[in-house]
Design a protein around this ligand. Structure first.
Ligand code: XIL
Length: 370
């Protein structure tokens, strides 16, 4: 079911909600009672997410390389549940060029090879960010040893080399990550300070040169719905396109917290739609819904709703091509290390058992009829 041509924006969300409730009820009816011929078979709402999503929406996860190597249960679930993977860390600059001029794609190559064996696509994350930049680079800029002119050359090399290394193997690249702040201004980073605002267009051009077929994305958090920050991204995308910069997609990370509440599905759709109207693809790139610990039934239900909003927002958009969660089990998650007292942000618990959020994703995908 693809209902995204229905206007106004709120209508599909309502339709979807009604269908969801109806079919959930339908799915719990006993199936052996002999339904009349004119009734369709109950919608199947179990099974791996990638099967329920079908061919049109890629459902992905970030992959923790250490867990993938050490934990066979984790590795197995990555392969069976998802049709897309993102390296959680091992494609970031500090990992791929730990010392100046020394490139190490070994861990990333392992993930790409495993993805191929599993029939999965790979999202590339990320080329230009203010975080997880190698120390030799930040130190060199700080001491004045690396001049702005040299830095521009270093950035160009980094992008040409990394995108070139994976040429033909990555379907979407997060070219620039988190380049706008919450007020809607270009974020004050080493890149902006040293190179000026043109570094963004440069990064896209270099990435396109190295892999003309990869879809090149802007990516950030707090941009799921309409806001000054997503307004600023919309303006940035328009400016880049007006300069014929090869930008192809807008990624909303989707890091939510139960305690903050969520956007409405209609808000996400309205936001994604305006980027799609510019000719861009959209994607949810890092969905997770954290909570203040400990968990309880109400928080887990709210969490399911948060995932549901993001997934329905994507499904109801015209060109939302991938939906990625930032890890899928509470056994391995970045959240407790970054948000004090918070956790349990993922679809499965620490023993890989399904939480309500996982069931919600199954139901939404199944009922979308993909
Ligand atoms: C996080 C990883 O999950 C952590 O393991 C790492 O220590 C820090 O980065 N936004 C992003 C991701 O774009 O790259 C971040 O990933 C989470 C926030």
């Amino acid at each position: 079911m693809k209902v995204s041509h229905v206007a106004p924006a709120v209508a599909p969300a309502v339709v979807m909600a009604v269908v969801l409730v109806a079919a959930t009820l339908y799915a719990v009816l006993p199936s052996a009672t002999g339904s009349p011929d004119h009734m369709q078979a109950p919608v199947r709402v179990d099974g791996p997410l990638r099967d329920l999503a079908g061919r049109h929406l890629l459902v992905g996860t970030a992959v923790d390389h250490a867990a993938f190597t050490a934990d066979p249960v984790y590795r197995d679930r990555v392969g069976t549940e998802f049709s897309s993977v993102t390296a959680e860390n091992v494609m970031k600059w500090e990992v791929v060029e730990p010392e100046r001029g020394v490139r190490d794609y070994a861990a990333a190559d392992e993930l790409v090879a495993a993805a191929k064996r599993n029939g999965q696509r790979v999202r590339g994350h990320t080329l230009v960010w203010h975080s997880q930049v190698p120390a030799w680079l930040t130190d060199g800029v700080g001491s004045g040893e690396i001049t702005p002119t040299e830095l521009r050359g270093i950035l160009r090399r980094h992008i040409l080399d990394e995108v070139g290394h994976f040429r033909g193997k990555i379907y979407q690249w997060d070219v620039v990550n988190e380049v706008i702040d919450d007020e809607g201004n270009l974020r004050d980073t080493l890149w902006l300070r040293e190179l000026g605002p043109g570094y963004i267009a440069d990064a896209f051009r270099w990435a396109h040169q190295a892999d003309p077929r990869a879809k090149l994305f802007l990516n950030d958090y707090n941009v799921e719905g309409l806001s000054p920050k997503s307004d600023a991204y919309h303006q940035l995308a328009r400016d880049l396109l007006a300069q014929r910069v090869p930008v192809h997609g807008f990624g909303a990370q989707g890091h939510y917290g139960v305690q903050y509440g969520f956007h409405s599905t209609a808000d996400v759709v309205a936001n994604f739609r305006r980027f799609e109207d510019l000719g861009l693809e959209t994607a949810v790139t890092e969905a997770d819904v954290r909570m203040i610990m400990p968990t309880d039934t109400a928080k887990l239900q709210a969490q399911a709703q948060g995932y549901g909003v993001l997934l329905q927002g994507c499904l109801l958009s015209r060109r939302c091509t991938s939906f990625t969660v930032w890890g899928f089990t509470d056994k391995y998650s970045w959240v407790p290390g970054f948000f004090e007292g918070e956790g349990a942000a993922n679809l499965l618990d620490e023993s890989f058992a399904a939480k309500p959020a996982y069931r919600e994703m199954q139901a939404v995908l199944a009922l979308a009829g993909r």
